[in-house]
Design a protein around this ligand. Structure first.
Ligand code: DGL
Length: 276
């Protein structure tokens, strides 16, 4: 007998390493769910690519993930969510969640003075995806956006607690803070890893919204509503509850994953994603 649909894994994808911050929240908050993760490490970053390209890449990844018999897809990349959400949904034919909507919903719920800041990649900011999602909930909220392209390489370099990183964060946040924001969306997969630095710099009057966490909670709700929750706990000797695939640099990916995930991963398999 084939296993129940609810026992199938969740497909999670990102332009590279950053989406592991989303996988991490799924592991922490939905410990019974299995995960198949794809990181497009050969073609990262998506944050400075065109919409046409990001759509093409995302469709290829969805075709690969569907072969892994997944029950749902999480687009763990803010840029891919902003640029290719509808196309991913069309290609997937199974439930799809992106990171933008859950982050926007939480920000709209949190702000009191209706001044919300968003930091993200240039591409995400250009699409205005967060602004549109927030305005769909409350058009009165003033959304102030700022691209922060230098932060992705700094995080990947491991400069999480560094004077230079702090200075760059402040440079990006200056304008947002001048607008007196009370809520700040960390709208790029890498930024939650800078959370404690950002918190230190903005003080405690600004609430930080982590779309990675909000997405895991949204996934939990969606699975419950559609009767797709996995009831079977992960066994200690279960061979591969979490499987990782990349398009390049498997070792670097594995090292990064092991520095942030609550579990140890041994390998990531390289997939020729252009063939999908
Ligand atoms: N994963 C991307 C995002 O969340 C950041 C890295 C990239 O530019 O590809 O927007």
């Amino acid at each position: 007998m084939s296993p129940a649909k609810s026992e199938a894994p969740i497909g999670v994808f990102d332009s590279g390493l950053g989406g592991l911050t989303v996988a991490r929240e799924i592991m922490r908050n939905l410990p019974k769910e299995r995960i198949v993760y794809f990181g497009d490490t050969a073609r990262v970053p998506y944050g400075n690519k065109s919409k046409t390209t990001v759509i093409r890449y995302s469709r290829q990844i969805v075709r690969f993930l569907k072969q892994q018999e997944i029950k749902a897809i999480v687009i763990a990349c803010n840029t891919a969510t902003s640029m290719a959400f509808d196309e991913v949904r069309e290609e997937a034919e199974i439930p799809v969640i992106g990171v933008v909507e859950p982050g926007a919903v939480m920000a709209a719920r949190t702000t009191v003075n209706k001044q919300v800041g968003v930091i993200a990649t240039r591409a995400t900011i250009q699409t205005k995806a967060y602004t549109k999602a927030i305005h769909a909930i409350d058009p009165e909220i003033n959304v102030i956006s700022q691209a922060g392209p230098l932060l992705v390489p700094l995080v990947e370099e491991g400069w999480l607690h560094d004077r230079i990183t702090d200075e760059i964060i402040m440079r990006y946040l200056d304008d947002l803070l001048e607008h007196d924001i009370d809520t700040l969306i960390l709208g790029c997969t890498h930024y939650p890893l800078l959370r404690s630095e950002i918190r230190k710099l903005v003080g405690d009057k600004v609430t930080l919204v982590n779309p990675a966490y909000e997405t895991a909670k949204e996934l939990e709700r969606m699975l419950a509503e559609s009767g797709l929750e996995n009831e079977k706990a992960v066994e200690p000797d279960e061979p591969y509850p979490y499987r990782f695939f990349v398009s390049d640099e498997a070792e670097r990916f594995t090292d990064f994953a092991n520095s942030i995930l609550p579990v140890d991963i041994k390998t990531a398999r390289i997939i020729p994603i252009e063939e999908y």
